[in-house]
Write a protein that binds this ligand. Structure first.
Ligand SMILES: NC(=O)C1=CN([C@@H]2O[C@H](COP(=O)(O)OP(=O)(O)OC[C@H]3O[C@@H](n4cnc5c(N)ncnc54)[C@H](OP(=O)(O)O)[C@@H]3O)[C@@H](O)[C@H]2O)C=CC1
Ligand SMILES: O=C(O)[C@@H]1CCC=N1
Length: 266
C-alpha cells in the first residue's frame, strides 16, 4: 500500500510539489492530501491534480505518513501546536520553511524521537526541473531517507546537504529562480526596446538561460571559461561584459544572496 503524503498549507510551493509528484510515478493522486487556511485553493488543487482535500490540518496529521509543513515560517508554532497530538507514531515531518531548523521544530512537537526532514525545494519542481536540498535527523532510517530522496527526485534533482548550509541553499537554490526571472524579464525588455515582439523576446531569453545552465551542468567547464568562449575578440559580447562589470553585476548578486542569508540567520 502506498504511503499517504499530506500538505498543511496549500500555497505556491505546495502546489509546485504536488504538481511535480502527480506528473511523476512516485504515487497516485488519491494518496496525496492537502489542507489550507481557506478553501478555494484546495478546490483548485483537487480539480487540477485530482488530489484529496483534507477536512482540516488535524485530518492530515491523522491520515498521513509523510506530512509537509508548507505554511510560511511564522505559522509554524501555531500549526504544530494544533497537530502535535494527532500525528502518527511513525510520521515523517518535512519542513520546507526558510530559516526553520529541525531542532527547533522537534522541540515544538515535544516528541524526542520524531522523524524530521528539512527540505528546501524551488518552484521549478512543477516542471520536473527543480532542485531540493535535504537534511535528515538521526531518527529517519536509511530506507526512509532513500524514500524521501526518491520523492524529491521524482520531479527534479535532490542534494543531501549539511543542515548548517540550509540557509545558504535557501538563497542560492530556493530564492534564486526569482532573480533569474528578473534577469529574463530584463533581457526581454531590452529586446522589446529594440523592436522585438514580447513573446519572441521571452522565448529567446529563457532558452538562452536554460541552455547556459545546461552547459554548466553537462560539460562541467568552469563558468568563467564558458563566458570567455562567448566573447569574440573585439566583438559585441565583451562590450556587454564591461558594462555589467562597471555596473556591479556580480557584486549585486553576491549582496543579494547575503541579504537573503542574513534575513534567515539574524
Ligand atoms: N515559494 C517558493 O519558491 C518557496 C517557498 N518555500 C517555503 O514554502 C512555504 C510556503 O511558501 P509559499 O508557498 O511561497 O507561500 P504561500 O503564501 O503561497 O502559501 C502558504 C499557504 O499556507 C496557508 N496557511 C496559512 N495559515 C495556515 C494554517 N494555519 N493552516 C493551513 N494553511 C495555512 C495559506 O492559506 P491562505 O492563502 O488561505 O492564507 C497559504 O495557502 C514557506 O515556508 C517558504 O519558506 C520554500 C522554498 C521555495
Ligand atoms: O521567499 C521566501 O521566503 C521563500 C524561501 C525560498 C523561496 N521563497
Amino acid at each position: 500500500m502506498k504511503r499517504n503524503i499530506g500538505f498543511i498549507g496549500s500555497g505556491k510551493m505546495a502546489e509546485a510539489i504536488i504538481g511535480g509528484i502527480v506528473s511523476s510515478d512516485f504515487t497516485q493522486p488519491e494518496n496525496i492530501f492537502a489542507s489550507n487556511r481557506t478553501i478555494p485553493k484546495l478546490l483548485d488543487l483537487q480539480v487540477t491534480y485530482g488530489i484529496q482535500v483534507a477536512e482540516s490540518n488535524i485530518d492530515i496529521a491523522r491520515k498521513c505518513d509523510i506530512v509537509f509543513l508548507s505554511v510560511t515560517p511564522d505559522k509554524y508554532p501555531a500549526v504544530i501546536d494544533e497537530i502535535k497530538d494527532y500525528v502518527r507514531e511513525d510520521v515523517i515531518v518535512v519542513l520546507i520553511a526558510a530559516g526553520q531548523t529541525i531542532a527547533m521544530n522537534v522541540e515544538r512537537f515535544n516528541k524526542e524521537e520524531l522523524k524530521m526532514v528539512k527540505a528546501m525545494p524551488n518552484t521549478p519542481v512543477l516542471v520536473g526541473a527543480g532542485l531540493t536540498s535535504i537534511s535528515f535527523n538521526q531518527f529517519v532510517t536509511e530506507a526512509e531517507q532513500e524514500e524521501i530522496k526518491q520523492l524529491f527526485e521524482s520531479f527534479g534533482k535532490a542534494e543531501i546537504i549539511d543542515e548548517e548550509l540550509m540557509d545558504t541553499a535557501s538563497a542560492v537554490g530556493g530564492s534564486s529562480p526569482a532573480f533569474v526571472y528578473m534577469f529574463i524579464e530584463a533581457l526581454a525588455d531590452a529586446a522589446v526596446v529594440n523592436g522585438m515582439p514580447r513573446q519572441q523576446a521571452y522565448n529567446i531569453a529563457a532558452q538562452a538561460v536554460l541552455g547556459s545552465a545546461k552547459m554548466v551542468l553537462d560539460t562541467a567547464i568552469h563558468p568563467g571559461k564558458l563566458k570567455d568562449d562567448v566573447c569574440s575578440p573585439g566583438g559585441s559580447t565583451i562590450q556587454s561584459i564591461a558594462s555589467l562589470e562597471e555596473n556591479g553585476f556580480r557584486s549585486a548578486i553576491i549582496k543579494a544572496v547575503q541579504a537573503n542569508v542574513d534575513k534567515l540567520t539574524k
